[in-house]
Design a protein around this ligand. Structure first.
Ligand SMILES: Nc1nc2c(c(=O)[nH]1)N[C@H]1C(S)=C(S)[C@@H](COP(=O)(O)O)O[C@H]1N2
Ligand SMILES: [Mo]
Length: 258
């Protein structure tokens, strides 16, 4: 079903694209805004339909040990290029702390050892990248819900933003820094975890050490690696391009439902 929805979304997109091309001389700016608005509402439709059809707590499929892919590609950043990250990784992330702040009552700073001492979840799931490859991996980590409960969300909290260590694109203003965001339904979903292990071993640098997001009902680019800080917000305004993620600021959909 979700494939049909996805295809439909593409069809809506391409029809509009053709219309835009067929109308040269129009005020392209206005038109682009219209197109963006229609595409955005189509995306909301996809999200609502997925949740309506599957329920907001439906689980992504989980697999068996035997299904784990023998190789799992490293994609996007393979190692954050900063002195700060180099120092942290040389020290085996003993000095790394996950910050949780924004619209929370009790901001947190949690070490990797503390995270590993919390109740963990392990899940074997399929990762689907928009570039057209998939791989099955086993992830172990702390449910995001547990951490948000420690921090106590304020009543205005709407989204959870993940700030990463890497710049995927070198820009003067820092807008090439990777970040992602999800809403509270996905944040409290039982398969949404902050993983520190992959296939039974500490996360490698390529796969996002020391901590990465797994939000299993969405595509690969939502699975933020190298998480340094979690910020709870009520909107994306004021955050880089304002669209809730590195790739979203470059035109990808914010809700990347599979
Ligand atoms: N911080 C950060 N997170 C990221 C990326 C990235 O470049 N930087 N790439 C994304 C994309 S497009 C994919 S497909 C997955 C790849 O995860 P992997 O390298 O473990 O395969 O990470 C996602 N999370
Ligand atoms: Mo991806």
């Amino acid at each position: 079903m979700s494939h049909i929805l996805t295809r439909r979304r593409f069809l809506i997109g391409s029809t509009l694209g053709a219309t835009a091309l067929a109308l040269p001389g129009c005020d392209m700016l206005d038109q682009n805004t219209d197109i963006a608005n229609v595409l955005r509402s189509a995306e909301r439709l996809t999200m609502k339909a997925q949740r309506l059809l599957q329920g907001s707590h439906a689980l992504a499929r989980e697999f068996a040990e035997a299904d784990i892919s023998p190789s799992f590609r490293v994609n996007g950043t393979s190692a954050p290029d900063s002195d700060e990250y180099a120092e942290l990784s040389e020290g085996k992330f003993k000095d790394w702390k996950l910050k949780i702040d924004g619209l929370v009552e009790r901001p947190q700073e949690i070490s990797l050892a503390e995270l590993k001492a919390l109740p963990a979840r392990t899940q074997i799931t399929r990762h689907d990248c928009v570039e057209g490859w998939s791989a099955i991996g086993k992830w172990t980590g702390v449910p995001l819900a547990s951490l948000l409960s420690l921090a106590f969300l304020r009543p205005t909290a709407r989204y959870v933003v993940f700030h990463c260590a890497d710049e995927l694109e070198k820009t003067l203003d820092g807008s090439g820094r990777y970040y992602e965001s999800i809403d509270l339904i996905d944040a409290f979903h039982p398969q949404t975890i902050l993983a520190y292990q992959m296939n039974g071993q500490d996360l490698s640098i390529g796969h996002g050490a020391p901590l990465r997001l797994r939000v299993e009902r969405q595509l690969g680019y939502k699975q933020a690696k190298y998480i340094m800080r979690i910020e709870v917000v009520d909107s994306f305004r004021g955050l880089w391009g304002g669209n809730g993620g590195f790739w979203e600021d470059r035109g990808y959909e914010w809700y990347a439902g599979i």
